[in-house]
Design a protein around this ligand. Sequence first.
Ligand code: AHM
Ligand code: MG
Length: 338
Amino acid sequence: MKRISLSRYLVEQQRVDGRIPPQLRLLLEVVARACKHISHSVNKGALGDVLGTASSENVQGEVQKKLDIIANEVLIEANEWGGHLAAMASEEMEGIYVVPNRYPQGEYLLLFDPLDGSSNIDVNVSIGTIFSVLKMPEGDRGVDEGDFLQAGKQQVAAGYCVYGPQTTLVLTVGDGVAMFTLDREQGSFVLVQENVQIPADTKEFAINMSNMRHWDAPVKRYVDECLAGKEGPRGKDFNMRWIASMVADVHRILTRGGIFMYPWDKREPEKPGKLRLMYEANPMGWLVEQAGGAATNGRERILDIQPTKLHERVSVILGSKNEVERVTRYHLDPSSPA
Ligand code: AHM
Ligand code: MG
């Protein structure tokens, strides 16, 4: 089988189909290189002194792990001098990071969750990096936080890299979803699947069941119906998975289908959800849609939500289309039949 590297895939996207401009191709190359670097640090574990907590908190008041900080620095350092970016924003930084003026400026904005699934770092379970690319608004002079507040449908590229038994980078530039696995001997990402498709139906759901007593009625109803199995209104048995790393749960869904939910709940009613719109829901939502699935906050399409702040949170329901549409219907029309 002919092996196609990520670099070659991106060149083909640029040259043959004109789908991506050269600047975006180069930016994605740099992001992939940073992910490779993070993957090496993750692999070293205790031997690289990268496990455990740092003595700091991030903007959301969460204790940072050493790897959260390392991954954030790797992404900033790799990208700041490339000339493709105007600024970056990260789940781990309070404000935006404007590319210093000693470096050439570009027209793109990069957003990332440098290390998603932090609670899994120390226990050797899959974690990942999630990224999203936006373009500076036309005619804008000087970058500020407002330039980032674009709906997810404006993304020009999105993806994640999962650090699991394999390191796999999953990417969309708006023309379907492609997967690339890191060949450690060659040091390059190699195309392993193109045109990834999520089956519309599934028998697998993912949600943190320990929050059941805090859920809203439509979510409770959906999960109750799944749990009722063959004898219930769905007439089939369901299986449950919860890895507690969104990247790993979404990767499973892109690979074999399923539904993932991190809905609003009553623990902190003033927060729309736990996950972040700009760093998690938008890039994952677009990937899932590009693979034929759906992503909503229970009421509307994630990609249509107009963000009002950088670290905005959102309720997330994504995956196999028919299941996501069902949960969304239960929210919009609670009396609708199963
Ligand atoms: P993080 O970005 O701080 O790692 O938090 C996000 C993670 C998601 O990857 C995962 O789906 C969720 O938090 C798990 O939450 P919980 O601990 O409630 O299971
Ligand atoms: Mg995260």
